[in-house]
Design a protein around this ligand. Sequence first.
Ligand SMILES: Nc1ncnc2c1ncn2[C@@H]1O[C@H](COP(=O)(O)OP(=O)(O)O)[C@@H](O)[C@H]1O
Ligand SMILES: [Mg+2]
Length: 416
Amino acid sequence: MKPVRKHQKVAELNSRQRAWLEIERRKLRPGMPEYQEFRRELMPIEIELGMGFDAQESPIIYKWKPGQEANGFLMVTGGSGSGKTEALKLFGAGIAEHGIPIITIDFHGDVTFPGQTTVRLRAVSGGSEFGINPLVIEPAYIRQMGLGAKIQREVSRMSRAVGCMSEQQQSCLYHVMEQTYRQFGIREEDDSTWGRKPPTLADIVQGLSDGYRSGIEAFDKRTISSCWSKLRRICSNPVFIRGEPLRIHDLLAWNVRLDCSRLDLPSQLLVAETVLEMLFEAGRGEGEIPVKPETDADRYRAFIMIDEARVLTMGRGSPDASEHILNIMASQCRKFGIGLILASQMCSHFSREVHTNINTRLAMKRMDPDEAKKVAMHMGLVPRDLISSESPPGLGYFCGASTGGTVRLRLRQLAD
Ligand SMILES: Nc1ncnc2c1ncn2[C@@H]1O[C@H](COP(=O)(O)OP(=O)(O)O)[C@@H](O)[C@H]1O
Ligand SMILES: [Mg+2]
């Protein structure tokens, strides 16, 4: 970008320079909702990755340009301490700087970068005053799929989060959820009721314990009580029952990092799956992006970044399960303008569906031989390239259209 010359007339400035002046005048910074209003002027998305050497051995600065890739999926793999989290911070800061919303689901609590707003989800009082309510109604979803499908989806999600629930327990939960929505006055056939205050998970366990006392037709007491005891713990977690549930547009407007490091595994899973689903539904609600997007702002409405994605993919059940939200997103995100950045130590932490759809890869050096063999195959490398116990963190290979194939590079590290 050409710098603004001293005394240059405002009329002579191009729209990008004018946007910068306005951003400066209003003292806007990445991470403020108003900053995102300028995203069109900040396109294309180009994020400096670091230094490498081109075919002639001349030094070159490589960039990730998601607009040149077939989609916005980026997978980062590499051994512990190889620099994955640092790489994610680089991507996150770059996306935020371009005014594109980015949500970070942070299981370890260390993916911090400029331009984000941290919400610490804690199971004890004194944590953030915000929570996540999986029972919030997305009107676009109900219109298309119906309330029954929404309830079924929540039942499966709860069942995955707490470990397997039997068919009987799941249908008991379905019944209680249906009743509870009805008690809250929310009815599928009347869309004017969809905006009413939704129940929380606390209302569901309450429904189960009331059901135990007064009986629920078609379910014996043993089923009701076993269902209750499986769900009691997760449903009473303050994260899911707090007064102010975070809405997807807040998460996007403030580039929220959800620090889930203080939650137990079932709650981490429920938070992550719920947020992914919220984002996906919001994208679906807005409709598909244009077939030929004019700029990256049309191509990418939002990014979501997940470090230690193994927690989500391997937490419960198989990563290959077709109803797994990551698998649904992997195949459908691009058309709704959602970019997905995932990091984990091993590529086997991801399903076949995810591998098929991932377009851009970053493999950090320092892999064990078995892992190196698998990753090398995806990137046109030989395993030897990826194995090194000596190599310093930050060395790796990036493979994408942005770099014209696989290149070796040393990743830039964000200043503290
Ligand atoms: N690109 C880099 N350049 C220099 N040092 C780095 C780089 N990336 C990571 N490091 C150093 O290595 C350490 C481990 O990096 P981290 O990203 O946490 O690894 P991982 O997430 O793969 O376990 C960090 O504390 C950091 O100081
Ligand atoms: Mg890490």
